[in-house]
Design a protein around this ligand. Structure first.
Ligand SMILES: *[C@@H]1O[C@H](CO)[C@@H](O)[C@H](O)[C@H]1NC(C)=O
Ligand SMILES: *[C@@H]1O[C@H](CO)[C@@H](O)[C@H](O)[C@H]1NC(C)=O
Ligand SMILES: *[C@@H]1O[C@H](CO)[C@@H](O)[C@H](O)[C@H]1NC(C)=O
Ligand SMILES: *[C@@H]1O[C@H](CO)[C@@H](O)[C@H](O)[C@H]1NC(C)=O
Ligand SMILES: *[C@@H]1O[C@H](CO)[C@@H](O)[C@H](O)[C@H]1NC(C)=O
Ligand SMILES: *[C@@H]1O[C@H](CO)[C@@H](O)[C@H](O)[C@H]1NC(C)=O
Ligand SMILES: *[C@@H]1O[C@H](CO)[C@@H](O)[C@H](O)[C@H]1NC(C)=O
Ligand SMILES: *[C@@H]1O[C@H](CO)[C@@H](O)[C@H](O)[C@H]1NC(C)=O
Ligand SMILES: *[C@@H]1O[C@H](CO)[C@@H](O)[C@H](O)[C@H]1NC(C)=O
Ligand SMILES: *[C@@H]1O[C@H](CO)[C@@H](O)[C@H](O)[C@H]1NC(C)=O
Ligand SMILES: *[C@@H]1O[C@H](CO)[C@@H](O)[C@H](O)[C@H]1NC(C)=O
Ligand SMILES: *[C@@H]1O[C@H](CO)[C@@H](O)[C@H](O)[C@H]1NC(C)=O
Length: 744
């Protein structure tokens, strides 16, 4: 309350244009009955209380009375006792429990200590709030064009202003409408149908307002403007169809209806007459009658003729909007036929179609829409049209649904890893597609001119090897799919396998040799054979050019071969002729084989063994002196004591320029007491014969040993061999001894 009073004071002060009272008080203030108001002076708060403060009140009739006089004592008028508070510091006054009677002018006089007096004036308006707004009416039901009717508005509050509202518009006075009693009474002299309200009364004063409840007037009128409408509006209605007749009329209160068919009243009393599954018996002249039970008036509509026809269903025909479409498109079928009150049933192959996610039945079932068509929706589709007494079935309609290609599959016949040049190969490509896919073929991703699902390759050449793939294209869906590639390897059989050494003759340890394998046909792999064993790589043996070249470094006498090259591919293999290398070596293992002691007079023979190619040249020495002998066998027909001594055999290879010498001690003893002297010469001959035989035998043994040696076999075998050769000779001599013993 206090706050609003202060707001009012400020408002009053702002609105004040007067200099009355030199601005000690605001010019005017407003407040509501029951509230509190404070008259605030502009006197600054004094340290010593004001000497004198007086407040007086002048009412609207000009009667002035004292409120309070405060100096050294306070004199308060009895009317104000307990209702006021005086603020001695500023002279401001608070007035509580306001009534309408407090409206008037308030005057303050202040005399500060040691200063002149000041005076202030303020007009206070006290209002009562608007409340309890209500409306009375002396009649709520009137005939149109009757009256007058009066609405009165009641409200508590002071200084009230009245306003009437019809709906949301403000009612103004006119010929027909009078506003009296300060606007609180509304009289309508001659009511019309538009005066039905709702009416409300809005009451306001300076700072409050209120609105009454709504009041309705019933203006009785009609019936008038009767109209009968038919839905659907047709010249003829099919038997079995639905017809709705609607009767509309202007009437207050609402009219009561009655329907007539060919002048006979029906039982229907509603404004709407629904004829479901209409039958021939229901044809005729329809009228509706409206009755207002207040005006007691009746109005009858113009008759409406309802013509009902019965016709058989015939000529059912399906019209699709497309018959050739791609998967996932939409198609719409329309079923048309003659006949009345038709129902439709759609058949897919043999089963009836029901509406679902993909299937819509529209236009009372005469239109079928399939969205997101799949390859399984080809039909045939039938439309069965029927009514209560006839039916007709359309011809079947098939759709051609384009889809694919999918699941492309490339196969080859015959299926094998390698094909021989000149053979025939068939590739076959399949794909799921409608219409059938168009096929194209690719070799190493280059398109071939061939088309069709089968690619026939006849009398193939090696050039036709490569990656083959096929592509399927559907020229309706414009989609294509390409198969995984298949590898075709066409090989020419291997032939003319030849081995070419770069040199054919060389000296042991002095060089390398390379053997080149060449052939015709498709090559795949080379295998080298030394004799019957496979040649493997080592520090001396290398393969290059995909094993087609064999290189042997630091050739030894065991590397003579025979070498052969085995070439193979997926379909064939070929082996070269054997190639033997000529390797010059030696001499090695120069050994003199012969008896250590002989009887004087016996014949004897020394044999100089050497391993050398070509054969070594032999020179014999006796006690350091060369003898004339150059043969491998040195024969002494009859040993003398002078033949005892040191024999040496020097073997020289004229190609390798190597030589080697062996020494042999021969002791000659005296004739033994043997009586078979003549046999001695014979024994010597036998010995020589055996020696020659031995030479041949040893040659054969050495040849065999070497043949069995690997190219990459170890050298230390040589020393062993040297020893073993000597031992073999001794063994042979022992045997000969045995033979001699047996012979003699
Ligand atoms: C007069 O009234 C004022 C305010 O109500 C108070 O401050 C003052 O003391 C009173 N004077 C006497 C003499 O009672
Ligand atoms: C009421 O108004 C209507 C039309 O405005 C007029 O025909 C009728 O005579 C009036 N009635 C009276 C009583 O004034
Ligand atoms: C309603 O009151 C008005 C004036 O008070 C009077 O003229 C009128 O005839 C009354 N109407 C009815 C229907 O009583
Ligand atoms: C009625 O009073 C309310 C506050 O009580 C105020 O918001 C509204 O504007 C007033 N209406 C009129 C028409 O004075
Ligand atoms: C319906 O009324 C028309 C005239 O409005 C008349 O010619 C016709 O014969 C009537 N039909 C029946 C069935 O009563
Ligand atoms: C008059 O008609 C109204 C609406 O049709 C109905 O509510 C009322 O009961 C009827 N009065 C009489 C007396 O028949
Ligand atoms: C056929 O009708 C369907 C559904 O209304 C529509 O989506 C489609 O585009 C139509 N096809 C053609 C070829 O008009
Ligand atoms: C038609 O029938 C086939 C199988 O009989 C079915 O797969 C397909 O979804 C059906 N289509 C429609 C539109 O009913
Ligand atoms: C269609 O009509 C024929 C007679 O015209 C009737 O024999 C047959 O049962 C009817 N079929 C259906 C499905 O109503
Ligand atoms: C491709 O076709 C062959 C032969 O017709 C068949 O064996 C194979 O399973 C098919 N492969 C695929 C992935 O369909
Ligand atoms: C196969 O092709 C070769 C040339 O590529 C030809 O010489 C030969 O006659 C052909 N053979 C056949 C049966 O056509
Ligand atoms: C599609 O391919 C078929 C053969 O499969 C051909 O008859 C037809 O003309 C082609 N259509 C177009 C539009 O290329």
């Amino acid at each position: 309350m206090k706050i609003s009073a202060i707001v009012l004071v400020l408002l009053g002060a702002l609105l004040s244009g007067s200099t009355h009272g030199a601005g000690v008080l605001p010019d005017s203030l407003t407040a509501f009955a029951g509230e509190t108001v404070t008259f605030t002076t502009t006197v600054p708060p004094q340290e010593t209380p004001l000497m004198v403060v007086t407040w007086t009140f002048t009412d609207n009739h000009g009667t002035t009375s004292n409120i309070i006089t405060s100096s050294n004592a306070n004199i308060t008028a009895p009317d104000y006792s307990g209702r006021i508070t005086l603020f001695r510091a500023t002279g401001s006054l608070e007035l509580r429990g306001l009534t309408i009677g407090d409206t008037g002018e308030y005057t303050v006089t202040v005399i500060p200590t040691g200063a002149g007096h000041q005076k202030g004036y303020c007009k206070l308006s006290v209002y009562e709030r608007v409340s309890n707004v209500s409306v009375t009416i002396n009649s709520t039901e009137l005939m149109e064009f009757s009256g007058p009717v009066t609405l009165r508005c009641f409200s508590s509050g002071s200084s009230l202003t009245f306003q009437w509202l019809n709906g949301s518009s403000v009612v103004t006075a006119s010929d027909r409408v009078q506003l009296t009693d300060g606007g609180s009474a509304l009289t309508i002299v001659n009511v019309t149908r538009y005066d039905q309200g709702p009416f409300r009364c809005h009451v306001s004063n300076a700072h409050s307002n209120g609105t009454s409840d709504a009041v309705d007037l019933l203006i009785i009128l009609g019936p008038e403007d009767i109209k009968l409408t038919v839905f659907p509006l047709k010249e003829y209605h099919d038997q079995g169809s639905d017809v709705i007749l609607t009767c509309s009329v202007v009437s207050r209160p609402p009219a009561q209806f009655l329907w007539y068919l060919n002048g006979n009243p029906s039982v229907h009393k509603t404004p709407e007459l629904r004829l479901m599954n209409v039958q021939l018996s229901q044809r005729g002249n329809y009228t509706c009658e409206a009755f207002n039970n207040r005006t007691m008036k009746t109005q009858t509509s113009q008759p409406v003729v309802l013509t009902i026809l019965k016709s058989n269903v015939s000529n059912a025909v399906i019209t699709p909007n497309a018959t050739d479409l791609s998967e996932f498109g939409s198609v719409s079928f329309t079923c048309s036929s003659s006949g009345s009150s038709r129902s439709f049933r759609w058949i897919n192959r043999t089963s009836e179609i029901t509406a679902g996610d993909r299937v819509q039945l529209m236009d009372d079932g005469s239109r079928l829409v399939i969205i997101n068509v799949s390859r399984y929706d080809a039909g045939p589709f039938l439309c069965h049209v029927f009514n209560n007494f006839s039916n007709s079935t359309s011809d079947a309609v098939k759709l051609s649904i384009n889809f694919g290609p999918e699941n492309i599959n490339l196969t080859v016949f015959p299926s094998q890893q390698y094909y021989q040049e000149g053979s025939s190969v068939n590739f076959s490509c399949t794909a799921v597609s409608s219409p059938a896919a168009l096929y194209s073929w690719f070799q190493n991703e280059v398109k071939l001119s061939d088309t069709g699902p089968v690619l026939r390759l006849v009398n193939v050449t090696e050039r036709q090897s490569g990656n083959y793939s096929c592509q399927a294209l559907n020229n309706k869906t414009l989609r294509s799919e390409t198969s995984q590639p298949r590898i075709l390897s066409i090989l020419v059989p291997v032939s003319n396998v030849l081995v070419n050494p770069n040199v054919t003759e060389l000296v042991e340890f002095t060089g390398s040799i390379s053997l080149t394998c060449s052939c015709s046909g498709s090559t795949r792999s080379f295998l080298w054979l030394n004799g019957s064993s496979e040649v493997t790589a080592s520090d001396r043996v290398q393969f290059t050019d995909e094993n087609s070249i064999l290189i042997i470094h630091a050739v030894t006498r065991f590397d003579q071969g025979p070498f052969r090259c085995n070439v193979s591919n997926g379909i064939s293999h070929g082996i070269s002729e054997a190639v033997e290398l000529v390797i010059k070596y030696g001499p090695y293992n120069v050994t003199i084989v012969g008896p250590q002691s002989v009887y004087a007079g016996d014949p004897t023979m020394l044999y100089c063994h050497s391993e050398s190619f070509p054969a070594a040249e032999i020179t014999w020495f006796f006690n350091g002196q060369p003898t004339h002998g150059h043969a491998a066998v040195h024969i002494v027909p009859s040993v003398q004591h002078s033949n005892g001594g040191t024999y040496a055999c020097a073997a020289q290879n004229t190609v390798t320029l190597q030589n080697q010498t062996d020494h042999h001690e021969l002791t000659v003893t005296d004739f033994s007491p043997c009586d078979c002297v003549p046999a001695a010469g014979f024994a010597a001959i036998v010995t020589v014969g055996i020696c020659l035989l031995l030479t041949a035998l040893i040659g054969l043994v050495v040849y065999c040993v070497r043949r069995n040696k690997r190219v990459n076999s170890n050298y230390p075998a040589r020393d062993k061999e040297k020893r073993s050769v000597k031992e073999k000779h001794r063994d042979v001599y022992k045997k000969t001894g045995t033979v001699k013993n047996l012979s003699f």
